[in-house]
Design a protein around this ligand. Structure first.
Ligand code: SF4
Length: 564
């Protein structure tokens, strides 16, 4: 309709004065889209666009990525370190050296009076992988507290635990390419169109090209549920019942892949004994899915040839999240759907670098999926860092959910929050507020000084955001991709790696360790620690140049290999 005009109005693309496009990885979610940020003549980020040759997003971005450049100048950014003696006083501005001197002194004072573990560290899934490695090195190797955890305990810990229970190791075994091969997909407790739009686009494109059934298990009528071929509106918290009932039908109707089970699994008899109690009639009364539907879905999945399952927080954020993950893994193991294209058990992570913290932060162990309980692992890391292995704890300390009650009982006196806000992520905000007020010393390190926890802190450290820094993220499909510093850190904020490195120099062990401020040096350390034929998380074949050129590389990528 031209409404009286004789010609169409031409589409006008606003000229934002971009003089250079800089490559990085989107920092919003775990999809890991390759993005280019447009920089104008004043060095400001003014535009964002998807990278065409990148396998993850193939030129596309969701709305969050399209407006990614606006993050650099958002309100509330921290400008300079702030200090005060009590949370009733006004903050005073200070410089980095006095702030870090004071922080180190307060930590040592608490540890001298109450023991090393009286100071807790709670981090995030947002910072770069090299920063996670550096934070682990600082916390485990220099500060020496065992009460160190990430906010990923509130979400991804179930997937980690479930993978370890089923396969003996963490790390999602699938990738987005599996959508292009699969013949049946069950999505548990996930709403991809809203939470992971580009993963959804990859799935939708695959479904349009090769029709295959999409079954959504979710108590809510989500957008994904509305697009599905079947929606199983399960009663909340009954996923394990449904999964065991599916397994019951598959075994009962001789649809299990016995050849695969014999070759690749153990414990089948015990598993059979467990699922015997979950016949579809009994299960339907608990999970709310009728017995015919249970039988139909079980047959569809087992007969597909290549079938896969994906899930997010609907499974993970539960009192029995780890059991749900094991149930999904079992479904795939008995149908022979692990370890071949289009067949997998893939947890989709939330935060942009939840995978990076799992791999390298040491919050549940030591770098590169090593564990504190293993003396050889402790020795290996202590030798590499140049410290006494006896300095490292022999078992994991408190989880984040135990740290807050330990503050209430006076066991923990000081805490450092890094890129995480328990005032919104933990349940019972009033209780968390009181808990924070009880601390003798609270440091908040965040890009935003108006984060609510700052009200209860004694010190605020302003951190640079995402693409003001240099390093890597690992996405949901184990793809390591480059984050580059397309813009300078805002005001006097500093990259988290700089903060960790400079704080380390204020501790005795920190002076013994090599602690570079350069992300690539840290990446080289991680590469050296990852090397080994028996290590899945092997990144020794990667380099910053190769990662950026390939628009991301998946691990394992062993020395000498071009592709992961
Ligand atoms: S899907 Fe996630 S990674 Fe991709 S552009 Fe959107 S927010 Fe960024």
């Amino acid at each position: 309709m031209l409404f009286g005009r004789n010609s169409k109005n031409p589409i006008k693309i606003v000229d934002k004065g971009v003089i250079e496009w800089k490559y990085t990885t989107c920092g919003y979610c775990s999809t890991g889209c390759s993005i280019e940020v447009g920089i104008n003549g004043e060095g400001q980020a003014v535009s964002s666009r998807g990278v065409g040759g990148a396998d993850v997003n193939r030129g596309k971005l969701c709305l969050k990525g399209i407006y990614g450049h606006e993050l650099f100048k958002t309100e509330g950014r921290g400008k300079t370190p702030l200090v005060r003696n009590s949370c009733l006083e006004k903050y005073q501005e200070t410089e980095w050296d006095p702030a870090l001197d004071a922080m180190a002194e307060r930590i040592k004072d608490i540890q001298d009076k109450h023991g090393r573990d009286a100071f807790a560290v709670v981090s995030t899934g947002q910072i770069l992988t090299e920063e996670f490695y550096a934070l682990g090195k600082l916390t485990r190797g220099a500060i020496g507290t065992n009460n160190y955890d990430g906010n990923t305990t509130l979400c991804m810990a179930s997937a980690v635990s479930g993978y370890k229970r089923s396969f003996g190791a963490d790390g999602p075994p699938g990738c987005y390419e599996d959508f292009e091969e699969t013949d049946c997909l069950i999505a548990f407790g996930t709403n991809l169109p809203e939470q992971h739009p580009i993963i959804y686009w990859r799935l939708k494109e695959a479904m349009e090209k090769r029709k295959f059934p999409l079954i959504v298990v979710d108590p809510r009528v989500t957008m994904l549920a509305q697009f599905a071929d079947m929606h199983l509106a399960i009663k909340p918290g009954t996923d394990v019942v449904l999964l065991n009932a599916l397994a019951y039908v598959i075994i009962d109707e001789n649809l299990a892949d016995m050849d695969y089970i014999t070759k690749h699994t153990n414990g089948m008899e015990e598993f059979q004994a467990v699922v015997e109690g979950y016949d579809p009639v009994s299960a339907s009364k608990i999970c709310g899915i009728d017995e015919d539907t249970i039988r139909h879905v079980a047959r569809l999945y087992a007969k597909a040839g290549k079938a896969m399952s994906i899930w997010t927080m609907g499974i993970n954020q539960s009192t029995h999240g780890s059991d749900g993950v094991v149930g999904i893994n079992n479904l795939n193991l008995i149908t022979g759907n692990i370890g071949k294209p289009g067949s997998t058990s893939m947890s989709i992570t939330g935060q942009s670098n939840a995978m990076g913290t799992r791999e390298w932060s040491s919050c549940s162990g030591l770098p590169g999926y090593r564990v504190l309980e293993n003396a050889d692992h402790r020795q290996e890391i202590a030798d590499y860092w140049g410290i006494d292995p006896e300095f490292l704890p022999k078992q994991r300390g408190m989880f984040q959910t135990d740290i807050f009650p330990a503050i209430e009982t006076g066991q923990i006196k000081g805490m450092w929050l890094i890129g995480t806000n328990p005032m919104t992520s933990m349940p019972n905000t009033a209780r968390i507020r009181k808990t924070l007020e009880k601390l003798d010393f609270l440091v908040v390190q965040d890009a935003y000084e108006d984060v609510e926890t700052t009200k209860y802190a004694h010190m605020f450290l302003p951190a640079a955001i995402w693409a003001e820094k240099n390093g890597c993220f690992t996405n949901t499909e184990r793809r390591v991709n480059r984050v580059t510093n397309v813009s300078k850190p805002f005001a006097k904020s500093k990259p988290d790696l700089w903060i960790f490195s400079n704080l380390s120099k204020r501790f005795e062990n920190g002076l013994k360790m090599k602690f570079s401020e350069n992300a690539e040096d840290m990446f080289e350390e991680m590469k050296a620690l990852s090397k080994g034929a028996n290590r899945n998380l092997d990144i020794s074949g990667m380099s910053y140049e190769k990662i950026e050129k390939s628009r991301g590389l998946q691990w394992p990528c062993r020395e000498g290999e071009e592709k992961g």
